[in-house]
Design a protein around this ligand. Structure first.
Ligand code: ADP
Ligand code: MG
Length: 358
């Protein structure tokens, strides 16, 4: 399928209008919508069904609760308490230990490409504080000694870490939040909804006309222009989570540095990819015993961005996890795994070359 740039913009506008039009047509199915700023991210919820207002309210409260739980910068979050404990065993609660445990599992599965203990390195680059700087190589090397999930220990709602180790759940938090959104939609028996938590999208059910939701994959070359897309995905009951170096970065002496750090080097990952989108089912839970597929997609989108095209595709083929990928490469290709072949649309004149891989 191909769609022109203009048509892509019109289609996206049509997504926004769909609710209004059906309301005008007399078959009122008006959604409840809300914009929320939480977890340092602009979020948008659109929820249909008789319980839509109650569900939106519950969703907003849940996002605020998660922000307080997972924040690395707020004074009184359990994550902050753990980071400041200086090695002491700290009560952080069952929910946080379950998430840290899942983070550890994805860290192992990805050979350490995803690693929440990268926190001190992220801090040194200033991505936590906004005071960006390029740390000296010796500083990076000494901080890397504190990195690795083997420095984190969990036991029944408590956690303790080696004194210098710190955790940052920024690479997984919004994915976990999207799992919680799915749980709320299930609880309120919501027939259809979308939740866009920055680059973490939940497409619940279908559009009111029964066709899949249209989810745009942002063109990493034009991050400021939200109508510039690398491709469009047609999704029903799915999470689609994108990680890209374009989302947060700074310039120093003519060099650009972004916020996804390769734990093997301590430097922003330079893998030849400009973004990775991971798509998985939001109703079935393949991540047995783990928080959910939203969390999985978020951890893996960060990890596969670090790994690069070849390793990411190997991981997709052999990792044993049910998911599909869209990789956007620095050299102008959009690489789509075959499970998405019938569910994606090329953007004409985008300048990208499209490849389907199996
Ligand atoms: P975003 O938060 O923009 O949606 P990601 O999910 O890719 O993007 O997460 C990036 C964030 O995760 C960084 O801002 C940082 O806090 C943290 N992080 C950076 N590199 C890694 C890594 N290799 N593994 C785990 N977390 C990381
Ligand atoms: Mg992530």
């Amino acid at each position: 399928m191909k769609v022109s740039k203009k048509r892509a913009a019109a289609l996206l506008a049509a997504v926004c209008l769909a609710g209004m039009l059906s309301a005008c047509g007399g078959q009122a199915e008006e959604p409840s919508s809300r914009q929320i700023f939480a977890m340092d991210t602009a979020m948008a919820l659109t929820v249909y069904g008789t319980e839509s207002s109650a569900a939106v309210q519950a969703a907003e409260e849940e996002l605020m609760r998660l922000e307080a739980l997972l924040s690395r910068t707020s004074e009184d979050s359990p994550v902050t308490a753990l980071n400041r404990a200086g090695g002491r065993q700290t009560v952080v609660g069952e929910e946080l230990t379950a998430l840290l445990d899942a983070a550890g599992t994805y860290s192992r599965k990805t050979g350490g490409a995803f690693d929440p203990t990268i926190a001190p390195v992220v801090l040194a680059w200033g991505f936590t504080t906004g005071h960006n700087r390029v740390p000296a190589p010796e500083e990076v090397a000494s901080l890397l000694e504190t990195v690795g999930m083997e420095h984190v220990h969990l036991d029944g709602g408590t956690a303790w870490m080696d004194p210098e180790t710190q955790v940052d759940l920024g690479g997984i938090g919004k994915g976990y939040a999207s799992d919680r959104m799915a749980e709320i939609f299930r609880r309120y028996e919501i027939p259809r909804a979308t939740a866009a938590l920055g680059g973490n999208v939940l497409a619940w059910g279908t559009r009111p006309d029964g066709t899949p939701w249209r989810v745009g994959v942002q063109d990493p070359r034009s991050p400021e222009d939200s109508s510039a897309l690398a491709c469009l995905l047609h999704l029903e009951d799915a999470f689609a989570v994108t990680s890209g170096g374009y989302q947060r970065h700074f310039e120093s002496e003519g060099q650009s540095y972004h916020h996804i750090i390769d734990p093997a080097t301590g430097y922003p990952a330079q893998s030849g990819l400009t973004s990775v989108t991971v798509v998985a089912d939001c109703r079935r839970d393949d991540a047995a015993g783990l928080p959910g597929n939203g969390t999985m997609c978020d951890a893996l989108s960060t990890a596969l961005f670090v790994m690069g095209e070849e390793k990411a595709l190997d991981f997709w083929r052999t990792g044993g996890l049910e998911m599909e990928l869209v990789l956007v490469t620095e050299d102008g290709r959009v690489v789509v795994t075959k499970g998405l072949a019938e569910r994606f649309e090329e953007i004409e004149e985008s300048g990208y070359r499209y490849e389907i891989v199996s």
